[in-house]
Design a protein around this ligand. Structure first.
Ligand SMILES: [Zn+2]
Length: 397
């Protein structure tokens, strides 16, 4: 992009051009007090900077240029652009120096100073200095013009720090500032708190946060799954099943997530026949591979392996599925072994399906395409919430 067209160091050479008009205008006024601003002084410093650049000493060159170029209304934008470019290139220390140098100037007006503070806050975040970034953005969130940007950065910080109560407060402020509903994200923050209490064994508090998540966003699948896990752990399987059955209404993309959980609860209640009925209905409507394979297992348990083989074969006639074929081969190989026969060609095929499925991602982010082997509620790559979903198709669901 811009950086590849013009070397970043070379941009410094353009600074005097950007500064030119402002410098000439200010020249008369400052001539009496600033010897450095004499054209001779500028020229010799400028060429010294260029010499450093040519001798591949960019650090020294930049020191010279920073001192050389006065910050005034004409050059603020150039300083901001350069600082931003350095940060994006990963040179955060240099970006911080440029922005701090800007902020120290008394000639900046309020909006320029605020802009520079916003940039400095982003430098701190890139450098992992979250405390400093938090202080800065909290201050900026008080300015109406910068509130939205500052709140977005604060939310990012609180998500990184897993400070969910503060993330909730900032998200509510952002909702107010923009008018956009963020209940579906706030519900995740509530679920994060619920998960934490649940792993500490505090089921009551966990369930309280789950309820908050549901109040925030009625279609929060994560809250339903969490609630079901907690209730099942407490042996309340009837209620756990009711929580899981909400998922169909909430977001059918996540139905594969309820299958194993449903099996656990129906099995505990000794009502696997009712699960067979429920999953058969879901399979007809959505056709997910996970649901079909769970049904095959149930049929194998209740009516024998041949029935499971017949069931999967029938399904595979209608759609191609590597996972379906893989499970069919499992059943066939087991069947041959039990009857003392040879299943060599099945084992060769099984080697092939196992290879095809080995370490394949099962989930993918809808937003950035990040592949994952397990379900993340927040994409580790693009940080979007609820964007990672089961992969569909021949090798997936
Ligand atoms: Zn993503």
């Amino acid at each position: 992009m811009f950086e590849s067209l013009i070397g970043l160091e070379a941009l410094w050479l353009l600074l005097p051009v950007a500064a030119g008009t402002g410098w000439l205008a200010a020249r008369g006024a400052t001539r009496r007090t600033t010897r450095k601003r004499e054209s001779g002084g500028l020229r010799s410093d400028y060429f010294q900077g260029i010499n450093y650049l040519l001798n591949e000493q960019p650090d020294k060159a930049i020191e010279v240029f920073i001192k050389l170029i006065e910050v005034d209304s004409e050059t603020v934008e150039t300083h901001l652009a350069l600082g931003n470019l350095y940060r994006r290139r990963g040179d955060v220390d240099r970006a911080i120096r440029i922005h701090q140098n800007l902020i120290a100037r008394e000639s900046l007006n309020v909006s320029q100073r605020t802009e520079a503070l916003l940039e400095l806050g982003q430098d701190y975040m890139s450098a992992g200095l979250l405390d400093r970034a938090e202080d800065l953005f909290s201050e900026l969130a008080e300015h109406a013009d910068y509130r939205v940007q500052a709140l977005r950065q604060l939310i990012d910080i609180y998500e990184q720090e897993k400070d969910w109560p503060k993330a909730i407060t900032s998200a509510r402020k952002l909702e107010k500032a923009t008018g956009n509903q963020l209940g579906w994200i706030i519900a995740h923050y509530c679920c994060e708190q619920a998960s934490r209490h649940s792993s500490d064994g505090d089921h009551e508090r966990a369930l309280k946060h789950v309820q908050q998540a549901r109040n925030m966003h009625g279609a929060c699948v994560r809250a339903s799954l969490l609630e079901a896990d907690i209730l099942a752990d407490r042996g309340e399987h009837e209620r756990a099943i009711r929580s899981l059955q909400r998922v169909e209404e909430q977001d059918p993309d996540f139905l594969p997530e309820i299958v194993g959980r449903l099996y656990r609860s129906y099995h505990a209640l000794d009502r696997v026949d009712a699960l067979d009925e429920y999953l058969s209905r879901l399979m007809k409507r959505y056709g997910w591979t996970s649901i079909t394979l769970a049904l095959a297992d149930i049929k194998s348990e209740s009516r024998g392996r041949r029935e499971a083989i017949r069931f999967i074969t029938e399904w595979l006639r209608q759609r191609a599925s590597v996972r379906g074929l893989d499970r069919l081969l499992d059943f066939e190989i087991q069947d041959r072994r039990d009857s003392g026969g040879m299943g060599e060609h099945f084992e060769i095929l099984k080697g092939l399906t196992a290879e095809l499925l080995f370490e394949r991602p099962v989930y993918k982010c809808r937003h950035c395409g990040f592949p994952a082997k397990s379900l993340h509620w927040q994409c580790p790559s693009c940080k979007h919430w609820t964007s990672i979903r089961p992969i569909q198709g021949v090798e997936g669901e």
